[in-house]
Design a binder for this molecule. Structure first.
Ligand code: ADP
Length: 455
């Protein structure tokens, strides 16, 4: 059953239930009230008649009925104890309530007398301890019956009309609310069928209601999925591209060796270089996969960052040779909790990038300081800078800025270094920032939480 039907049925049944309960309550209270009025009238009538009844021994008599202040017709019968009809204002000689002739206490009963529906009061007459007769006073229940019939019809009809109105209202309003959900389902189905994640569901007003919020959330999920799929696709293309180049070189060199039939040192070292490249690439990819899935094995211990910085500085000087000047700005004694080898790898990545991209005659400066509860490691260079359009992407896998891509392949540039650095720092509870302007050098700042035990 559709949600629209279920909701309509639910609302209608609820309203029906409430109306039934209130209808029964109204009907019952009106009936009780009307019956109580008739009973009072019968009691008044009996009280007016009783003084006119004469008794002598066990004989009773009533010469005439006293004038009654009674608007409606009353049925009055006076019966002696031996079953003789002593007085009667009806056209019939049988009792208006035969069962009431055998009672020994005042009682109200409802009965039918010659097709008339009556309320009857039976009053036993007693002289001393001895019962001498029964006075029966009856009043027509016709008015009550009519009132009850009308009330029943009015309640039933108004309940049916109310339920119909509620059902219609619920059907239309839920239909309107659900029609937007139907639109969402249609677009979602279309997206799945057409495999087109670039489509979005149009957000129709009101945007702030539950359906609007659902559409916005769904669109956000689509955007996230789209970007994940694109990254995945690009990643596969990039990996296959990076793998193909060294494999082609290796195959070429193997072919050359076979053709010449002798071991050619140049071809062998060419193969070796490409195998090294492949090994490094596969290693980087593995590390990245582990880091992104949060399963990177980190050997966390207190690390003296200043010592690590000095080691990297020595390596950097060798790497830069006479081409660049590498120097240390300020350096504090700083201890952090982390994996020494991984943190050193991050620093080497940043420093080797600075050396790689800074033209001859430039400078690479390293610095280490404390700022509140964080260690601040800076690697800045006087190189060409990173174009603003590339800046948001440099931490993405395989991303290389336009210039670096066309710079030619030196075998060390995969565009993975910064992604790995990002994840390693991230898993240390730190962050990595970059500031760069084209033509004005680049500064990477690495923030790491200080080791709590030494702070
Ligand atoms: P790569 O292996 O290409 O260096 P990275 O992930 O380390 O890959 O860097 C991504 C890109 O960021 C580089 O291709 C380069 O365009 C840019 N980049 C990184 N560091 C610097 C720097 N110090 N100066 C200029 N560009 C840089």
């Amino acid at each position: 059953m559709s949600l629209q039907r279920r909701l309509t049925l639910l609302y209608t049944s609820l309203v029906g239930g409430v109306l039934l309960l209130s209808g029964v309550a109204i009907y019952a209270s009106v009936s009780v009230e009307l019956l109580a009025r008739i009973d009072t009238q019968l009691a008044n009538t009996a009280e007016q008649i009783l003084p006119a009844i004469r008794t002598s021994g066990s004989q009773i008599s009533l010469t005439s009925f006293p004038p009654l202040d009674q608007v409606e017709t009353v049925y009055i019968q006076l019966w002696s104890q031996d079953g003789r009809l002593v007085a009667n204002n009806t056209r019939f000689n049988d009792s208006i309530d035969p069962a009431g002739l055998r009672i020994n206490q005042t009682i109200y009963r409802t009965s039918t007398f010659h097709a008339a529906h009556l309320r009857i009061l039976d009053v036993p007459l007693v002289v001393g301890e001895r019962p001498v007769g029964i006075l029966q006073v009856g009043g027509s229940l016709g008015t009550i019956d009519t009132t009850q019939n009308v009330l029943r019809s009015v309640l039933l009809i108004s309940a049916l009309i109310s339920m119909a109105v509620v059902a219609l209202g619920a059907w239309l309003s839920t239909g309107q609310a659900l029609s937007r959900l139907k639109a969402v389902t249609e677009v979602a189905t279309h997206i799945t069928r057409a495999d087109d994640l670039s489509r979005r569901i149009p957000v129709s007003p009101p945007e702030e209601d539950e359906v609007g919020q659902l559409i916005i959330a769904f669109n956000q999920t689509l955007s996230r999925l789209e970007s994940l799929f694109n990254t995945q696709r690009r990643f596969l293309t990039d990996v296959s591209h990076e793998l193909r180049t060294p494999l082609t070189v290796i195959k070429g060199n193997v072919g050359l060796l076979r053709k010449m039939g002798v071991t050619d040192e140049e071809s062998l070292s060419g193969i070796e270089i490409e195998v090294d490249r492949l090994t490094r690439l596969v290693g980087d990819l593995l590390l990245l996969a582990q880091a992104e899935s949060g399963k990177i094995p980190l050997d966390m211990r207190p690390v003296d960052l200043d010592t690590v910085l000095l080691e990297v500085y020595q390596q950097a000087r060798v790497l830069a040779g006479d081409r660049l000047q590498v120097r240390i700005g300020e350096i504090d004694q700083v201890q952090v909790m982390g994996d020494r080898d991984r943190l050193k790898q991050v620093l080497i990545n940043l420093v080797s990038n600075a050396i790689k991209y800074t033209p001859a005659g430039g400078q690479v400066i390293l610095a280490l300081s404390k700022s509140y509860d964080m260690a601040r490691l800076v690697v800045s260079d006087t190189g060409p800078g990173i174009p603003t359009k590339d800046l948001p992407h440099i931490f993405e896998r395989f991303y290389r800025a336009e210039k670096s891509r066309t710079r030619g392949r030196d075998g060390s540039s995969y565009g993975l270094g910064l992604s790995i650095a990002y994840w390693i720092v991230h898993h240390h509870g730190g962050r990595i920032e970059v500031e760069s302007k084209e033509g004005h050098g680049t500064t990477f700042v690495l923030w790491l939480p200080l080791d709590k035990t030494t702070r």
